[in-house]
Design a protein around this ligand. Structure first.
Ligand SMILES: Nc1nc2c(ncn2[C@@H]2O[C@H](COP(=O)(O)OP(=O)(O)O)[C@@H](O)[C@H]2O)c(=O)[nH]1
Ligand SMILES: [Mg+2]
Ligand SMILES: [Zn+2]
Length: 292
């Protein structure tokens, strides 16, 4: 049988099989030989232990499309980063860090600004506009009131999505609502998985409907860009790209150089000041790091 690892704890892997349910599995010695460690998100082949209920062995790892280190998860199609427009107020540096990380991994991001019921219409509009200009799909939502739910479901359907964002922004409310929206064909998964003390420290996958999985990550408060050269950073600010051809110097970092297309665009307010400021701060941070 084929399934997906949705959780791993203490040597056990919980494998979700469409239409069957969750099997508690061990990985057989085959993996130790080629040094491959199964990850949450991996598609696997399992052999069921006939004499025991819902238990089995993972006998084969199917080819991986990609894998992330933080959160440690395989086969991710996209990320949905959730921030609240208020309570807590959005930390744009944190948002931009996250977007940079995903750009670097080649994983497309969608931004959900939640709790729109707490924002003024105009502010919300400006906020959404800034990130749309950078090429990200942006969904204003009020998960509490069910607003934006249809659009979110449309984006999630048929994909494996990492749900990320600081705590208190409505991530759990979102995953719960998405789960409720769909008839669960395979019994009570959350009961089987025991939403206990492990859930905040490890990534786990929540099957939502056919071929649709959410990766629930522990809420983050800080993110550091690791092993990145400062020269690399500008590649991950997608909105810079179209103005770079106007830069006089090859390899322009868009900071101190004269005749810089990005700085011109900034002056003309075509590039967001907040985004640009975050770029500079991240650049400085990467520069500092090199000294150690
Ligand atoms: N005003 C408002 N509150 C919300 C909304 N969505 C979630 N909340 C509340 O925000 C708090 C944190 O939500 P939760 O889903 O636990 O956030 P998480 O920490 O990101 O998982 C809870 O008290 C929710 O009821 C919303 O759309 N509007
Ligand atoms: Mg939560
Ligand atoms: Zn430049």
């Amino acid at each position: 049988m084929q399934g997906k690892i949705i959780k791993g704890i203490a040597g056990f892997y919980y494998v979700y099989v469409e239409g069957e349910g969750v099997y508690e599995c061990k990985a057989k010695g085959v993996f130790r030989k080629d040094k491959k460690k199964p990850l949450v998100g991996d598609d696997v082949e399992i052999q069921i232990l006939p004499e025991e209920e819902k238990k089995g062995n993972i006998v084969r790892l199917l080819p991986r499309k990609n894998s992330l280190v933080r959160p440690a998860v395989a086969n991710v199609d996209q990320a949905m980063v959730v921030f609240a427009v208020a309570d807590p107020r959005p930390n744009f540096m944190l948002l931009d860090r996250f977007l940079v990380m995903m750009e670097r991994e080649g994983i497309p991001s969608v931004i959900c600004f939640n709790k729109k019921d707490l924002a003024k219409e105009k502010e919300l509009e400006t906020l959404c506009e800034v990130y749309k200009e950078c090429g990200y799909p942006v969904i204003p939502a009020s998960i509490r009131d069910g607003e934006g739910a249809e659009e979110i479901m449309g984006i999630l359907k048929g994909k494996t999505t990492v749900i990320a964002g600081p705590s208190g922004v409505g991530k759990s409310s979102l995953t719960n609502q998405m789960q409720d929206k769909i008839f669960m064909e395979t019994g009570d998964i959350s009961k089987k998985l025991g939403r206990g003390r492990h859930t905040t420290r490890h990534s786990q996958i929540i099957p939502v409907c056919r071929d649709t999985f959410l990766v629930d990550t522990p809420g983050f408060t800080s993110l550091y860009l690791e092993n990145m050269e400062k020269e690399e950073l500008k590649k991950y600010f997608a909105e810079f790209r179209q103005y770079e051809e106007r830069c006089k110097f090859q390899g322009c970092a868009h900071i101190h150089e004269p005749e810089c297309g990005v700085k011109e665009a900034l002056k003309e307010k075509k590039i967001s000041e907040v985004r640009y400021k975050n770029y500079i701060d991240l650049y400085e941070e990467l520069k500092e790091k090199r000294r150690y």
